[in-house]
Structures are given as C-alpha cells and as structure tokens.
Design a protein around this ligand. Sequence first.
Ligand code: AMP
Ligand code: MG
Length: 307
Amino acid sequence: MAFPTETVYGLGADALNERAVLGIFAAKGRPSYNPIIAHVAGVEHACTLVTRWPDAAASLAERFWPGPLTLVLPRAAHVPLALTAGRDTVAVRMPAHPVALALIAAADRPIAAPSANRFTELSPTTADHVNRSLGDRIDVLLDGGPTSVGIESTVLDLTGDVPILLRPGLISRPELAGVLGVLPGDPAPAAHAEEARAAPGMIDRHYAPRARVVLTAPEDVQAVITREMGAGHRVGAVVIVAAESGAAVMHRLPADALGYARGIYAALHAVDEAACDVVCVEQPPADASWDGVNDRLRRAAHPTAPG
Ligand code: AMP
Ligand code: MG
C-alpha cells in the first residue's frame, strides 16, 4: 500500500514481516542491497528496533521528530535482515504526517517504506505520481494531497564514533550540528561498487526524470535552452530567477530551499509528462540549507545508471 508522508509518498509494509518487506523490493524493482527505512510512532517505538539509543539520538529526536530526519542505529535481532539489506544497522524515522502516523498506529507496528516509485525514478509527491509509476502493482493508495517537504529525509548514521551524514535533506548539517555539538562527517569515499552500496542513498544516478537533466548556472540558462532547441530537442526548464526561454514547458520555483524542495519533483514530473527530451535546471545557491536539493539535482543530472 502507498501512503503520504511529509517528505514523499511511501510504499509501505510491515517492517517486521520479512515476506512483506520482500514484496516492497519486488514492486519497486529495488535491488536487495538497498535498505529500507522503518517508520515509527515515536522514540519508544524506535527503541524496540535498535540495541542502543545514544544521547545524540535522544536529543535529535527531541528536536526534529516527528520530521524529515532518519537515524541509523544498531539493529535489534528481531528486525528482518531483508529490511536492512543484511546489515547490523537499521534506519528509523517518525514521520510528521497524520495519515502516516494513523497507519502506523492502526497497524500497531513499524512500517517499512521507501519512496513509492520504481527504482531510480523520481520520487512521488502526489498520489497521481504514485499511480503513474506503480498503479498496476499496488492494491491501496491513500491520497493525502501534495507532500509538504517534497524531498526525502536527511539520513544520519549514529553507529560510529562520529555522526555521519549519509544523505543530506532539508534538516541541514548546521542544524544537526546545533544539536550534536559537532558537524556530522561525510561518508568515506567508496573505493569499490560494493562499498558504495553501504550507503545506497549515494547511488550516483537516482531521483531522475526521463528527460536528460542539464544543471545550468543562472546566466547560462537561456543559452542552454537555445542550444538544446537548436539541436532539435523538446526542452523543459525549471528556473528560479532566469527569464525568457521559449522552452516547451517552464516551471518557476521559489528562491528559498523549503519552497523549492516542495515543488521540484512535481516540476520534473511535469517535464516528463510533457514528453521533454531535455530539462534545463537553473543551479540553485550553494549554501548549506540547499544541500538536500543540490544533492538530488546532482544525482538527477548524473549520466550513468546505478550498477
Ligand atoms: P528511500 O528509498 O528514499 O527510502 O531511501 C532509503 C535510504 O535510507 C537509503 O537510500 C539509505 O541511504 C538509507 N538507509 C536505510 N537503511 C539504512 C541502513 N541500515 N544503513 C544505512 N543507510 C540506510
Ligand atoms: Mg527512493
């Protein structure tokens, strides 16, 4: 079943039922090395899935839950390995959406849920997006309207000596540091594909529309649109301030990271709906509050599919 969270729509199943979890992998075409987040009703519930709940987890949950922050902690023995892709860690998050919370309460168990789209596709931020990607593979779709956050949660690994930011999101590094007292570190660069899979949020090409994404400096937007149209392509544009264009579809997004994140996937879905070959995306600012957005855009623009 698919349901709304405040980040993106999720494809949910009983997190403690191995067969149910495997059903999620099958429906999405998700590779089995990519672990799934368990959505919980609160801190007490999260604690049933882990063997340790360090002070850092307590402080972060106090400050950011319910909300778009996922914490990776040591896995309790009864948590199926299918959920964690064989690792000794499990990712937990309390979503800030009444429908998601009602679902967890009604099920009376943690709900495993990745984004409700086929693997590597754009995440869905409306029920309609889910329907287009997975409509033929799901039995139930709860429509909660457009999601409010719009990009996937920040993922923070608390299992080591230093907190590691596995996936940036709208809860930014400085905000995390404000609670942790230290800036979270970056994952060690992976030398091998196997290692890269240790943090699957880092798969290079991910979160991508069908149209080829060209990330473009604001002053070059017009030139890129003109060039791509000249090459015979049907061109879409997603801009913040850039004007003019001539593009077949043009989406203007807010100049603040929150507003932008809320709209970016819908804009890219619309570009695909309009059958554009190319989408010129105006590069947003580089400061920390935009890290989550810039991470998704960089992956969407990455030329090669994951292995
Ligand atoms: P999504 O498909 O958007 O739900 O992505 C879930 C993300 O959570 C993955 O891409 C990982 O980055 C992260 N994740 C989930 N479980 C774990 C785990 N046990 N260890 C590390 N990262 C995890
Ligand atoms: Mg996803």
